[in-house]
Design a protein around this ligand. Structure first.
Ligand code: HEM
Length: 164
């Protein structure tokens, strides 16, 4: 194994029993990565479908019904995405932490979360007035566009991790 350089806590993570298992057990890493992919397909897929409704598509479908159905699965999918992501991170902690795509990915994930939080605490409070068959307000459209851009960025950074 190459000489590990970096903060002590990252070296501690990368030399942990979990990290060694993730690197040495033939099928563990691929299975964890598959769970990561299944998780973010549900998360980002649900977000995208909700965002397209915010942009005014499928106006016959009440926004509240979509929110109740899609965003529940998006939240539940985090139980797959985050633990699997952390397990893959631990396996190569010093390298990943230094990878610009990983750092940008975490920033974009926080920004996407913040965008969703501001949407729910803000314009979504008035959803009853634009729930069905009417133009969605610009603030809802903006939240939808930002979400589409941010989650596309997260996925792009995730894929680029292997190249940088
Ligand atoms: C929350 C939304 C997230 C999305 C949408 C996401 C998306 C992705 C994508 C698209 C990949 C590339 C998969 C591939 O090409 O096979 C990936 C890989 C990875 N993700 Fe995530 N991820 C998320 C969260 C996280 C978190 C929270 C962490 C860890 C703290 C993480 C750590 C990783 C690592 C380490 C890899 C690299 C796997 C490899 O190339 O070997 N991800 N992620």
């Amino acid at each position: 194994m190459h000489e590990l350089t970096g903060p002590v806590w990252l070296i501690w993570l990368e030399t942990s029993a979990l990290a060694i298992a993730m690197r040495q057990w033939l099928w563990l890493y691929p299975i964890v990565e598959i769970l990561h992919i299944v998780g973010f397909v549900i998360l980002v897929g649900a977000a995208f479908m909700f965002d397209l409704r915010l942009l005014g598509l499928s106006r016959h479908v009440p926004v509240t019904d979509l929110e109740r159905h899609l965003l529940r699965w998006a939240r539940l999918s985090l139980w797959l995405v985050i633990p699997s992501g952390l397990m893959m991170f631990v396996a190569h902690a010093t390298e990943m932490a230094a990878n610009p795509a990983f750092r940008l990915k975490l920033i974009l994930i926080v920004a996407a979360g913040l965008n969703a939080f501001i949407f729910h605490k803000g314009i979504f409070k008035s959803v009853k007035t634009w729930n069905r068959e009417v133009e969605t307000p610009w603030a809802a459209k903006l939240a939808g566009i930002l979400s589409l851009i941010l989650w596309t960025g997260v996925i792009s950074c995730g894929r680029l991790l292997a190249y940088l």
